[in-house]
Structures are given as C-alpha cells and as structure tokens.
Design a protein around this ligand. Structure first.
Ligand SMILES: [Zn+2]
Length: 379
C-alpha cells in the first residue's frame, strides 16, 4: 500500500484531523524505506533507539530523530542512485553552504498534486494566460537552487504570455535588473492579460520603492496577483512590515491585499504552505509541525514559541522526513484565524542566530546592494 500516494491525493488539503492515521502510516513507510536504503540514516535511527515500527500514535512523531538544516548543509544523504533522481535541488543560491536534496519521481508527482490542491483555493491555478514577473533567478543549467526551480514552476500554473526575471545572468554571475522589470510593468498595464509577480519580498519591495521615487504608478489588469515567497527575514532589518508592503502594492500596482499571496517552504521541507485570505500559514495534510523548546528540544503545547520542526513523508531520495529548521515559530489553533480552514496555522517569528545565518533572502538583498555599488549598467 502506497500511503504517501493516498495522502497526497487526499481531497481536502487541510483535513489534518481526518488524515492523522494515514499521515502516520506514510511516515512509517518512509522511515522503513530510508532505514533500508540509507545506511547513515539507519545509524541515526539506531543511535536514537527508534525503529520505524515504533511510530504507532501521533505523539510518536516527536520521537523521530530530526535532522537540523545545518546538518544537511554539511552532509549529503541519499537513499537511491543519482539516475533515479530527476531533480537534485540545493537550498541556497547565493553564498554559504547549501544542502543538496534529491527528488525521486514519486515525490515530484505527489508534489505536483500538492501544488495544484494548495494553490487552487487562492485562485492560482487558471487557464487565463498571464504575464510573469519573477523576482528571482533566470533559469540556467548552473543554477540548481530549489528557489529558482520553484519560482519557474509557479509560472506554469497558468499559460505564460511572457516571463521577465529580475536577476539576469551576465558574465557568469547574477545581477539584478530592476529597471528592466519596471519597463515590463509599464508595458503590461496596457496588456489584455493580467500580471503575476513571484519571488523574494525584498525585490518586490525595492521595485515598488523605485517606482515610488520616480512617481510611477500603474493599474494592472484585473486578476493580477503578487506571490511572495522566500522569507521576510531581511524585513526585520528594513523595518517594513507586511501591512506597509500590501499598501505599497495597492498604491503602485493597483493590486488589492486579497490578491497578495504568501508562501512558505524550504528545500529541506518542500511542502507548499500557502497563506489563507487572512495571511496565515495553515498546515496542509502533507506536513506536521512540532514546536520544540529551544533548550530542551522537547515538543511544546500549541501557543508556545520554539524551534520549528517540520515532518513530511513526501521524499524518498533523501531522508528529510523530520527536519529541524532554524526558524522560531508558534502553532496557533485553527479557530483563532476565523477563515474557516480547519487546520492549525504556523506563525514564523524570526530566526535563531539571525546574524550568523545566511538566508536566501538576505543573500538576495546583499546581491542587490553589492551590484548597486558596481559600475554595471543597472541603475
Ligand atoms: Zn486562515
């Protein structure tokens, strides 16, 4: 029985209580596979005295040894040969160490189901052709980052009339071309097709700010949307909160807050978290979240702040069934949102040791700052 398949084809993507047994069975199945095919993971399980068959009740998920993302950045763990992994994705496209995650064909097919189910309620899957403006990397064979692959994947949710990338490759490195993006935005105001913006909030914000400085304002066609992903960490430094960004988007592009959709995910936990109309990340059925005490690492009750431990049986090629992020977060009960979705929601509050951690988004901000001081013809 392929429990993973059954879980990823579950009709309601937020029926967390209805999928408890199935989720547990899928994790047990995944754990058995990793234990049989990845000797390093087998040793980790043995060190923690955990056997796959020990995973009987939902509370047992907390016993599963978690791999910290920092560990995955220094260790390559695979459970199958390279030829069985159609995609090998890295966690970071800027600088610093990156983790390398293999994706088996089954994980990609299940992942596609997940994206369609999670993105549909926010109106992201549509036959309506769109222009895409990607605040991210133009695809290139040398760029294997999950963030570049994901952003490109999002441009396939509708037929794409055009794709404009904010980060272009010149002389072997990526440089931002915000002026090119602004030219595309001005032209798309007159297009019969809506525009979708995708990618790092930092670039979205810098582009809006540049348009504001120049007194530029457009009213993009109905159905235009902004999809934000890749983290807000740099906004703690910029001191711009989400509400201010929503206001700026409405003011400069004419896109209302309802059409601004944020996502959360990581190469090490490739589950799509899409926010609800009230901008909360409800946990989808493909994932479970444990919040752990920062000192004891013991699971905490709902409402308490701790380290975010993410669990999913999605991937077989790399044993990422339980991953410890360096995010600090809190899990809120479903009914405290009020949007009608029946699963709890995860709020990310920040990052542990933020100064020392190089994130994709912070790296992107640095890339922009660095390029702004260079003589390249960008500004
Ligand atoms: Zn909600």
């Amino acid at each position: 029985m392929d429990h993973r398949h059954a879980l990823f084809y579950w009709p309601d993507p937020y029926d967390v209580s209805g999928t408890e047994e199935l989720f547990l069975a899928a994790v047990r199945e995944n754990c058995l596979y990793e234990s049989a095919h990845c000797p390093a993971y087998r040793r980790i399980l043995a060190d923690f005295g955990v056997k796959p068959e020990d995973l009987r009740r939902p509370e047992d998920l907390g016993r599963l040894p978690f791999l910290p993302t920092a560990f995955l950045k220094t260790h390559r763990l695979f459970s199958m040969p390279r030829w069985r992994m159609p995609i090998l994705a890295t966690s970071s496209g800027t600088s610093g160490k990156a983790s390398e995650i293999g994706f088996d064909a089954g994980s990609l097919l299940n992942g596609l189901q997940m994206v369609l189910r999670v993105a549909a309620p926010r109106g992201l899957v549509s036959p309506q052709p769109c222009h895409y403006i990607v605040f991210g990397f133009r695809p290139h064979p040398s760029n294997r980052t999950a963030v570049a692959k994901t952003a490109f994947g999002y441009t396939c949710l509708t037929p794409a009339v055009s794709r404009t990338f904010a980060l272009k490759r010149r002389d072997g490195r990526y440089v931002p071309d915000l002026d090119g993006v602004i030219r595309a935005i001005l032209a798309q105001e007159r297009s019969p097709f809506p525009t979708r913006f995708i990618g790092f909030p930092a670039y979205t914000y810098f582009t809006l700010e540049r348009m504001r400085e120049r007194g530029l304002r457009v009213r993009l066609p109905r159905g235009s949307k902004v999809m934000l992903g890749g983290g807000w960490k740099q906004f703690y430094r910029e001191a711009v909160d989400k509400t201010a960004l929503y206001r700026l988007i409405e003011d400069r592009w004419g896109i209302g807050e309802d059409e601004v959709i944020e996502s959360y995910g990581a190469a090490e936990h490739p589950i799509l978290y899409c926010d609800c109309p009230r901008h909360h990340f409800h946990v989808p059925v493909y994932s479970r979240v444990l919040i752990r005490d920062v000192h004891t690492l013991k699971p905490l009750p709902p409402g308490e702040v701790g380290l975010v431990n993410l669990i999913t049986p999605m991937v077989r090629a790399t044993p990422i069934l339980s991953v410890m992020t360096d995010d600090l977060g809190v899990l809120h009960p479903a009914d405290s949102c009020g949007c009608g979705i029946r699963s709890p929601y995860l709020e990310i509050l920040g990052r542990v040791g933020m100064k020392n951690v190089q994130t994709c988004a912070a790296g992107a901000a640095e890339l922009l700052t660095g390029a702004a001081g260079s003589p390249s013809p960008i500004i």
